[in-house]
Design a protein around this ligand. Structure first.
Ligand SMILES: [Zn+2]
Length: 115
């Protein structure tokens, strides 16, 4: 919104700004953060190193951890949950599945300076 170079930003920079805006609205600007953990689903096409770098630019000195969340399917017929490499359903053979995990993109943990 207030950015002047939005046309030149990488997807990782946009995501970093979005994540930090959301975090700030939750914890308030007075809290001095020491670190955050970002969970990124395996289907999310972002460069983890670039995302870490972009978050570091937004919040200098911040410890950034990235946790990749593996894809997990749930069978629409029998309800079994299984990883992507076992598709179709290893229990009943159905190919009707929904994605349970793998699309995550958000801050899963944040910890503050213990003043
Ligand atoms: Zn099944």
């Amino acid at each position: 919104m207030s950015e002047t170079h939005s046309g030149e930003q990488t997807p990782e920079q946009l995501v970093a700004q979005h994540l930090i805006e959301g975090l700030r609205s939750q914890i308030g600007g007075s809290v001095r953060l020491r670190g955050i953990e970002v969970e990124v689903g395996a289907t999310v096409e972002l460069d983890h190193a670039a995302l870490m770098a972009a978050l570091g630019v937004e919040l200098p000195g911040l410890e950034v951890r990235i946790r990749e969340v593996a894809v997990l399917f749930q069978c629409a017929d029998c309800g079994a949950e299984f990883p992507a490499d076992e598709h179709p359903c290893p229990v009943c053979g159905s190919a009707r599945v929904s994605l349970v995990h793998g699309e995550e993109l958000g801050i899963s943990r944040a910890w503050a300076e213990s003043a």
